[in-house]
Design a protein around this ligand. Structure first.
Ligand SMILES: C[S@@+](CC[C@H](N)C(=O)[O-])C[C@H]1O[C@@H](n2cnc3c(N)ncnc32)[C@H](O)[C@@H]1O
Length: 200
C-alpha cells in the first residue's frame, strides 16, 4: 500500500527525533512510548533484546536498568558495541544454552523483548508463517529463561501472528495487552503484545 504524505511526515518526524536524542533507530521511540505507558523496566533488571540490530531498544533499556542491570542483544546482523551491554551475533533459532554460559548470574531474565522481523515478501501466508516461526523461538526463550512473574514484549503483525501470539501469551502470563505506539506508522501492520506475570 503506498504511504500517504502524512505518514511520510510522521515517519520523518520520529526519525529526526530519535536521531536528535542519539538513538540508533526510530524503533527506540516506540519502545520508549510503551515503557512510559504499559511496561515498567527498573534499575538492576536483566533483559534480553531479541532482534536488537542496530541497537535502539538496547540503548533505551540500558538507560532504564542502569549500571547494575544487564542487557543482552541478539541479532543475525552484527552491531557496533553499546557500552555496558552484551551482544550475541546469532539467529535466535541457533541459540544454545552455552551462549548464555557467561551470563549465568544474570539468568533467569526479568524481561524478554523481541522486535524481530523477517524479510517481508508481501505474500501474506508466507510472511505470517515466518513471523510465527520467530515467535515460537521467542516463546522457547520465555519458557526456558524468563523468571516467574517476569514480562515480555513481542512485535508481531496484524493477522495470524497476532492471534497466535495473543493466545500463546494468555496461556503463560497473568495479563496480556496489545498496543500500537504512535511512533509506529499507522499504515504498518506491526503491533506489539505485552505479557506480564509469567506463570511457571
Ligand atoms: C526492526 S529490526 C530491530 C530494531 C531494533 N529493535 C532497534 O531498536 O534498533 C528487526 C531485527 O530483527 C532481526 N532478525 C530477524 N530475524 C532474526 C533471527 N532469526 N534471529 C535474530 N534476529 C533476527 C533483523 O536482523 C533485524 O535487525
Amino acid at each position: 500500500m503506498p504511504r500517504s504524505k502524512s505518514n511520510y511526515r510522521d515517519g520523518d518526524a520520529f526519525t529526526r527525533m530519535s536521531k536528535k536524542a542519539g538513538y540508533r533507530s526510530r524503533a527506540s521511540l516506540k519502545l520508549k512510548e510503551i515503557l512510559q505507558k504499559d511496561l515498567s523496566v527498573k534499575k538492576g533488571m536483566s533483559v534480553i533484546d531479541l532482534g536488537s540490530f542496530p541497537g535502539g531498544w538496547t540503548q533505551v533499556v540500558k538507560e532504564k536498568v542502569g549500571e547494575k542491570g544487564t542487557v543482552i542483544g541478539v541479532d543475525i546482523q552484527n552491531i557496533k558495541e553499546i557500552e555496558g551491554t552484551f551482544f550475541i551475533n546469532k539467529s535466535i533459532s541457533q541459540l544454545e544454552d552455552k551462549d548464555f554460559k557467561e551470563f549465568k548470574e544474570k539468568i533467569p531474565f526479568d524481561l524478554v523483548l523481541s522486535d524481530m522481523a523477517p524479510n517481508i515478501s508481501g505474500i501474506r501466508e508466507k510472511d505470517d508463517a515466518q513471523i510465527i516461526y520467530l515467535v515460537d523461538n521467542v516463546l522457547s526463550v520465555i519458557d526456558n529463561f524468563l523468571t516467574e512473574d517476569g514480562s515480555t514484549l513481542i512485535k508481531v503483525f496484524q493477522g495470524e501472528s497476532l492471534d497466535y501470539t495473543t493466545k500463546a501469551l494468555r496461556d503463560r502470563f497473568k495479563t496480556c495487552k496489545v498496543c500500537k505506539p504512535k511512533a509506529s506508522r499507522s499504515n504498518s501492520r506491526e503491533t506489539y503484545i505485552i505479557g506480564k506475570g509469567l506463570r511457571k
